[in-house]
Design a protein around this ligand. Sequence first.
Ligand code: HEC
Length: 174
Amino acid sequence: MTTLRLGIAALLAAAIFTTLPAAAGPEKVAFPVGYQTDFVIFERIDRDDRKIVRFMYVNRDALQAAKAGQPGATQGTVLVMEDHKVRLNGEEPVRDANGRLVPTDELGIVFVMEKQAGWGSEYGEALRNGEWEYAMFRANGERIDRPTTGCLECHKGQEAVDYTFTYSGFLFSR
Ligand code: HEC
């Protein structure tokens, strides 16, 4: 009987959750299916300290708007930071002819930040990153269910350049 009641409670909870409008948080950000072919790689960052190479992607429309001189990221901008493990020789990273790390196809976390009209309004000023929301995924698109407060806190320091790090050059270089 208890099991049945719990089952009903779970069903009700699920029904309530699916009918509520999405609250602030990572669930608003969907995995950008097909980003590896549809988006543009705009930056590569070698992180010796973490033995990873990061590729940064942006959706084409957003990049076009940025290049056309639109200040700040347009609504609908999706930025992806894709971590690749590097080739190792024992514990030591292998280097190419230019002394750079060699990314493998083995992906770590896929970080996504997305800007949409009206997003972020639920946050207090101390945390709010304009209209950006953040999320983490595995390479297969599975969501990593962790709070994104840390993302907001750290990127908040980049407020003057629309909360971006490597992408800021495209937004504010002109
Ligand atoms: C401690 C600070 C810090 C935290 C926490 C952090 N980031 Fe970042 N983020 C950075 C830095 C610095 C870069 C530039 C890349 C680098 O130096 O490795 C970056 C780059 C990015 C980029 C590429 C766009 C750009 O402008 O460079 C995305 C997307 C991103 N972060 C998403 C996230 C998400 C999602 C989270 C939370 C899960 C997160 N970040 C947490 C500091 C942080």
